[in-house]
Design a protein around this ligand. Structure first.
Ligand code: GFB
Length: 318
């Protein structure tokens, strides 16, 4: 069943994170006020008994699983057990609990890193599990694949309306700017901003040649709400296996991204490459045919999105 009535309730798991906070903004903007939100202190999603008790009490109509342990290439590569274990725990509690509670539709957020490292581009949903994963994020990817498959298994065995969306690399206000654990886009905003005053060269990780697709958080959030609102027939006609990529349809190299960020930040520094750091997967542009077939289109182009994210970063600095 799809989200249609503002009296229906939606549990956004992970509502304080980058994506979850965007989903809350998008739901409120669309007139949905019955949002069920829990901070980590109020509900530990790795605690199965607590999650079950929460579902028994709240009985949400819809669920968005935006809660996850996430990070950039280095965090993924250096904390493999945390990325695998924490994500398996969170998603099995939240997804299975939703099934037991009779949730009408659940949207689980996977990631494009679940596709094989060398899959043809653009990545179609059907390429899942057709080849080896990128080693730096295989732990996170395995957890996310398990979540996608749990939704598929529940749908197959019990006929529930649980689907998965695979967002490409996303960014926006509220992002993590810690240089060790962040993704590339916020890291480069910070590096260029700090280099503006020092005049030092900016050091990028890897070779600058990998290509990435970037989606502004409010665009991703709008696409998630769009999927929640899509009637069942249309949803499963576009995505018979319940998998839907979320992206903007084009990508650029890390070197090109750096030039764009440098321009937005107004920096003039030279760029160096630390090739001891990993490049990760060479490219992961998603095929957005399914999402676009549902009538959704992105709204915020990369330069505008970077500008908004930089403005937010400056506000945080005070
Ligand atoms: O965004 P990022 O950390 O994640 O890195 P992935 C993307 C590319 O940017 C890599 C390069 O080729 C990095 O080497 N890069 C250059 C930098 N300079 C920097 C920098 O200062 N910081 C960072 N972080 N990267 C993650 C996965 O992969 O993406 C996750 O590990 C998840 O599982 C997430 O899928 C969306 O795109 O390589």
């Amino acid at each position: 069943m799809h989200l249609s009535d503002s009296n229906q309730s939606v549990f956004v798991a992970g509502h304080r994170g980058l994506v979850g906070s965007g989903v809350v903004r998008a739901l409120r903007a669309a007139g949905y006020e019955r949002l069920i939100l829990r901070t980590r202190d109020e509900l530990d999603l790795t605690d199965g008994a607590a999650v079950r008790a929460f579902y028994e009490q709240e009985k949400p109509d819809f669920v968005v699983v935006a809660a996850a342990k996430v990070g950039g290439i280095l965090a993924n590569d250096t904390l493999p057990a945390d990325f695998l274990h924490t994500n398996l725990e969170i998603q099995s509690n939240v997804i299975h609990g939703a099934f037991e509670a009779g949730v009408k539709r659940l949207v689980f957020l996977g990631s494009t890193c679940i596709y094989p490292k060398l899959a043809p581009q653009p990545l179609k949903e059907e390429y899942l599990l057709t080849g080896p994963l990128e080693p730096t994020n295989q732990w996170y990817a395995i957890a996310k694949i398990a979540g996608v498959k749990l939704c598929e298994a529940l749908r197959r065995q019990h006929g529930v309306d649980f689907v998965s969306m695979m967002p490409t690399n996303m960014y926006g206000p509220g992002d993590n700017f810690d240089l060790q654990s962040s993704h590339v886009l916020p890291a480069l905003i910070r590096k260029f901003h700090e280099a503006k005053s020092s005049g030092d060269p900016v050091t990028l990780w890897g070779t600058g040649t990998p290509k990435r697709e970037f989606m502004y958080v409010d665009d991703l959030a709008a696409s998630i709400v769009h999927v929640l609102q899509t009637p069942e027939d249309a949803l499963f006609e576009a995505a018979p296996d319940g998998l839907i990529n979320a992206g903007v349809g084009h990508d650029l190299s890390i070197a090109e991204l750096a030039e764009t960020i440098k321009r937005v930040v107004g920096a003039d520094n030279s760029i160096e490459y630390d090739t001891d750091k990993p490049d990760g997967t060479p490219r992961k542009l998603v095929d957005v045919t399914r999402l676009f077939a549902l009538g959704w289109r992105p709204d915020v182009d990369l330069e505008e999105g970077i500008r908004r994210t930089y403005d937010w970063y400056l506000e945080q600095l005070g």
